[in-house]
Design a protein around this ligand. Sequence first.
Ligand SMILES: Nc1ncnc2c1ncn2[C@@H]1O[C@H](COP(=O)(O)OP(=O)(O)O)[C@@H](O)[C@H]1O
Ligand SMILES: [Mg+2]
Length: 1105
Amino acid sequence: MEVKTSLLDNMIGVGDMVLLEPLNEDSFIVNLRNRFDHNEIYTYIGSVVISMNPYRSLPIYTPQKVEEYRNRNFYELSPHIYALADEAYRSLRDQDKDQCILITGESGAGKTEASKLVMSYVAAVCGKGQEVNKVKEQLLQSNPVLEAFGNAKTMRNDNSSRFGKYMDIEFDFKGDPLGGVISNYLLEKSRVCKQPRGERNFHIFYQLLSGASDDTLMKLKLDRDFSKYNYLSLDSANVNGLDDAASFRTVRNAMQIVGFMEAEVQSVLELVAAVLKLGNIEFKPESRVNGFDESRVKDKNDLKEMCELLGIEQSVLERAFSYRTVEAKMEKMSTTLNVAQAYYARDALAKNLYSRLFSWLVTRINESIKAQAKTRHKVMGVLDIYGFEIFEDNSFEQFIINYCNEKLQQIFIELTLREEQEEYIREDIEWTNIEYFNNAIICDLIENNQNGILAMLDEECLRPGTVTDDTFLDKLNTICAEHQHFESRLNKNSKFLTDHSLPHSCFRIQHYAGKVLYRVEGFVDKNNDLLYRDLSQAMYKATHSLMRQLFPEGNPAKVNLKRPPTAGFQFKASVGVLMKNLQTKNPNYIRCIKPNDKKVAHIFTDSLVCHQVRYLGLVENVRVRRAGYAFRQPYESCLERYKMLCKKTWPHWRGPARDGVEVLLTDCSVPTEEFAYGRSKIFIRNPRTLFTLEERRRACLEDLATLIQKIYRGWKSRTHFLLLKKSQVVVAAWYRRYAQQNKYQKIKSATLVMQSFVRGWKARNILRQLKYEKRCKEAVTTIAAYWHGTQARRELRRLKEEARRKHAVAIIWAYWLGLQVRREYRKFFRANAGKKIYDFTIQRIMQKYFLGLKTTTMSPMDNTWPAKPYGFLEGAHTQLRRIFHLWRCKKYRGQFTEEKKAVYEEKLEASEIFKDKKALYPSSVSQPFKGDYLEIQKNPKYQKLNSAMEEKVLLADLVNKINRANGKGSPRLFLLTKSNFVLADQKTGQVKASVPLPDLASVSVSTQSDGFFALKLKEGSASASKGDFLLSSEHLIEIITKLHRIGTTAADRDQINIDISDEFLVQFKQDKVCVKFIQGGPKNGNSAACKRKNNRLLEVSVPSP
Ligand SMILES: Nc1ncnc2c1ncn2[C@@H]1O[C@H](COP(=O)(O)OP(=O)(O)O)[C@@H](O)[C@H]1O
Ligand SMILES: [Mg+2]
């Protein structure tokens, strides 16, 4: 259920003054103050919103707040300006009623801020979309532009609007904004030339100088320094909390959003600059022949720059400041201007230029924001007009402003009362008129067409002859003397004759908001608002794009001799139009109140507020509102709020709400004169009655709350209990199950144990029984087997015996039969079959035998040969083996080259000589016979030796020559040719001995594996004188073989004998020495060693193989 609050709930003080009790000025102020102290700046009087200026930003304008107030009833939430805006917007959208929002109050009371809040609220809640958002943005951004040009700092307000503004926002049937129209009222243009002490000129001048870029300023021929300009007051040029430079950027941006072209912005700024320049033009007197003074421009620099800015011919303007052309009845006369007149003309020009520029801006903005569609639209007007002003020195402007405020008050009174009255009529309630102060009489004093002050001022202005402010005052004194709101020293009314607070040059008006003293000085001039035609014509001639539009009367083609309407007349007319406009709309009031004069937060000056409350007639407003009935409410909401006070309407009333309220009020015994039944609303006369109802409601609410609480607690506990109970059952069930499961498991396992024991015992019994039975059976079987075995063996023996006997009989029989048959057939068999079988068998055997020989290889080294298969093949088998071997040897030999053949022949010869005769031989078989081991041809060491040799060297080797004296060997080179052998020194290569081979008788070697050999020479030969040679060589076999071979091949020589024995004699010179070979022990190493035993014996010990 939606919780609805109401104005009547939780309020600080009372939110609606109508409910104030008791109602008097003091309680009114106390309530305002109380709320103000608690940051509640808004309070209602019925549907009127009173707004106190907080002078600080409060967190009550957030988007959340907007949402909170959106589509809510006016009295539903605490008072707020949004509630009023929402109400106005919704009745515009839903009920098709044009609205106006009238914001009134003194200068600085917060009117402009309030108008902006209303606009921003409406913008936030109305439709969305690209086009709509653009319109909204333009409407909102028109504010900063107008504020820059139309607002200024005054004593009362740092951002005081110096013009009146009425803005119509237009909506389509859906409530989407279409556009708007702004009307402006009387800009306080005197401010352009002169500002009261402590005040400033319009913001734009300061913003331009502080915020524009250097470049822009240069183009505008301006200087940043404020003090350079006569029109800018210096004492308050900089205002706390105002950032002129930032504001300038905001304004430029806003202008762009609103739709100003860049060139337009530039033109506007040029005009602003021109006004500043204009203020700097000064004049000096120049005497003329006729004795009059004529003014001349003092320093022409500013004039020149201004003319350049506006595109005016300097001489034309200069002349316009010195002469004035007067036209009368087709005649033109030129009169000179004195210095004072020149200054007057200058200021008039500046003021006109600025105020026309301002009006142009409004027109231009309107052009941008005007609704495009021509469809019928609904309008919400927001009026933010300058507030009532009382200064020390009040002039024509204040007079006009206050007049406007009088008119607004008038319309307020009229509309409030009318609305109130209309409501009673609408609701069919009896209405008795009440008294209030009607300010119509003051309005009449000012605007009456015959003898109103404005009418008389106009009359004075138009009157021929000398007209001064004093003549105007005289006139006032005569005509308005009787008026009870007019006061003057020269009045016939004697009571003011001695009133010294009233100077002679002033008059005083008792406005609804207080008495204001006006100084008449300037009234006539300001009302005339004269600009010399020479000046307007000069302006019209300017080439600047805006000037022609601003000064249309300067067009020489349209010279109009009629006077233009006076300022007062114009203002009265526009106010009249405005009032008419407002009257057609549904008014919504915001009454702004200023809490203090210091523009600061938290201060509430009772006297000041009291004064405002008084002149705004707020208490009266409450009274009027309460005169009939203080409180009214639709039946539905009334019933909803108080239904608990009566049993019949609680908790629901079925039937019309009005009947319900009737029942309710009767039941509550409210006196019948205290309320009246309207068509849709109940009207309650006295707030006290309402409060009683409220009081009872509160008490009742407490009871109800207790009741609800009681029921709720009961319900809660019950639910909780039931839940507990349910849970307990579940828990118990689970627990029981668990316990039973456990118990069952235990019994089951116990049973199993017992069962297994019993089964075991039983099984063992059976097993024992079975084993016994089995053993018995086995015993029986064994016995049976043995018995059967004996039987069988006996039988077998008998059968064998029988069979043997049968077999013997059969064999004997067969032999006998065979004998018989052979005897019978012998003669046939031998003659034929025997031979054939025999041949065939032999053939098969041979075939198989030959095929078996195929496995042997071709290598002569291969000794393998298949075993003989049959005895009868023995001879052939050996022969075949031999033949095959010879054949494959022949094949093998056939592949040899000649050299290889020679080598093999040598090897063969060696074999013939040594095989099985000398133990060294087998080791030599695998060594190839190299012959030249010294490489005598190639080795340069033996070059000499080589050249000494006449024949080809067949063998060259290093040998040891054994010395007879000690048996030790000394190395020698051994060379063998076809005809001799040579021994040479190993180092020098010098030939030691050369022996022709024919001189060699024999060679002796041992049977063992040593390398010793003796070369024995023929006795009596030439070489024999040196004695035999005992040598040893590693290549003994090769050397001896080569020697033997040479012997066999040479035809002229005997064969060389080779003795192989372990003991031989060697002839050393005279003696014969015996060389004996013995098997030595291992201590000798592995080479044979020779040792001299005695004179006749050398012993060579050869290591055993
Ligand atoms: N609702 C508000 N919240 C905060 N400050 C406000 C509010 N209303 C007014 N003010 C302050 O008071 C100053 C004067 O308000 P303004 O609307 O310009 O006065 P008026 O238009 O009535 O002369 C503002 O500049 C602002 O500082
Ligand atoms: Mg304002």
